[in-house]
Design a protein around this ligand. Structure first.
Ligand SMILES: Nc1ncnc2c1ncn2[C@@H]1O[C@H](COP(=O)(O)OP(=O)(O)OP(=O)(O)O)[C@@H](O)[C@H]1O
Ligand SMILES: [Mg+2]
Length: 358
């Protein structure tokens, strides 16, 4: 059996506007039926990358393939895809059904086929029987679903979503994230979603590409990217990390100015290399005495600067001997919590930290 061609293949794709490169040398595959997210800060090139997939932008260099076919010269309307934007731009004067049917009517499909497709698309987004409602009578979440039904009614091979839930409030957004993911599994359409919201990407995606300054820094599942970030930017952008910078020393240590030798996991990099150690706040323990920390781990003296009650736990901001700060998060009740100004110890298991060379 041959493996199917990827839904999208980008090879060395770059885009410049004048002298500025918005996207630099991106190479990646998006598999059929995958929910793929492109995540990165504002201005990093997400929309530009997306527009090269849709055909509204032509790459300066590189090749875009869709379903195994070179697509660089294919105009947007000849590509088997559809788009969903933040401003979902429904026609307010048309009924729900007419909004969903719009594209099929433009394409002059037979009436019966259109009715059937519209019914199917509305059922998909759980708006059965809403065909004759006015768009203006619907809630924000319902309007969003109409927009999704409209994008899926022609059953494109690929659906591109640019900040699709950006217009919704936080709670509705969280609901729609789960719903979109479920819907994507049901319809078996490849979704490519662009967002700067890391939680949204982590919730919905099979895989995520993290971008910064026009480059894709890492592609992987939510778990891979969170637990094994490729570099400091990813470790910082996805969740929070503490960083200590120093040089690799003998016997699995990192030598940090003002802190001494810190135990680290194994690394292939040679002694003397300057690296960052990254450790997540939830992996940092806090104790009143050094011997209350698990043995064999890292132990550093610290001063508690601030404690923030989170509801499900407490976040501690700590000052270290070298003047750096660290963050520790602990779950559970905070009855025995140390006080601000108190001298404490923090530590972690070396296995739960990571060595990053850039
Ligand atoms: N048509 C254009 N002409 C000139 N520069 C552009 C054009 N489109 C985008 N850019 C620039 O390219 C860079 C990337 O823009 P892009 O819209 O792809 O970012 P983004 O990641 O989608 O950001 P946001 O999260 O804010 O939507 C920006 O510096 C932007 O100013
Ligand atoms: Mg954008």
């Amino acid at each position: 059996m041959t493996t199917p061609a990827p839904a999208v293949r980008l090879t060395g794709v770059a885009k410049s506007f004048g002298r500025q490169y918005a996207v630099k040398d991106v190479t990646l595959d998006i598999a059929q039926n995958e929910f793929f997210s492109i995540l990165g800060p504002s201005g990093c090139g997400k929309t530009t990358l997306m527009r090269m997939i849709t055909g509204f932008e032509t790459p300066t260099t590189g090749v875009v393939e869709l379903g195994g076919v070179a697509a660089n010269r294919l105009p947007p309307h000849k590509r088997d895809l559809n788009m969903l934007f933040q401003s979902y731009a429904l026609f307010p004067h048309l009924h729900v059904g007419a909004n969903v049917a719009f594209e099929l009517r433009v394409r002059r499909r037979p009436r019966a086929a259109i009715d059937e497709a519209v019914r199917g698309a509305l059922a998909l987004v759980r708006l059965d029987g809403y065909g004759h409602r006015r768009v203006s009578e619907l809630s924000g979440g319902q309007q969003q679903r109409v927009a999704i039904a409209r994008a899926l009614v022609s059953r494109p091979a690929l659906l591109l979503l640019d900040e699709p839930l950006g217009a919704l409030d936080q709670k509705l957004r969280a609901e729609m994230q789960l719903e979109l993911k479920k819907l994507q599994r049901e319809v078996g359409v490849t979704f490519v979603s662009v967002t700067h919201d890391q939680e949204e990407a982590l919730t919905m995606s099979d895989r995520i590409a993290v971008m910064n300054e026009g480059r894709v820094l890492q592609v992987g599942s939510a778990q891979e990217i969170y637990e094994r970030p490729a570099n400091r930017f990813v470790a910082d952008f996805i969740g929070t990390s503490n960083f200590l910078t120093g040089r690799l020393g003998p016997g699995r240590t990192l030598v940090v100015d003002g802190l001494g030798a810190i135990r680290i996991p194994g690394t292939d990099l040679p002694d003397g290399t300057e690296v960052h150690l990254a450790v997540r706040p939830e992996n940092v323990r806090i104790a009143r005495a050094e011997n209350e920390l698990p043995t064999g781990g890292v132990a550093l003296a610290a001063t508690l600067q601030q404690a923030v009650y989170l509801g499900h736990g407490v976040r501690y901001h700590l000052g270290l001997a070298n003047g750096a700060t660290a963050v520790a998060e602990q779950r559970g009740p905070a009855d025995q919590a140390p006080r601000v100004g108190e001298r404490v110890w923090i530590g972690w298991s070396p296995d739960l930290s990571r060595i990053l060379s850039e």
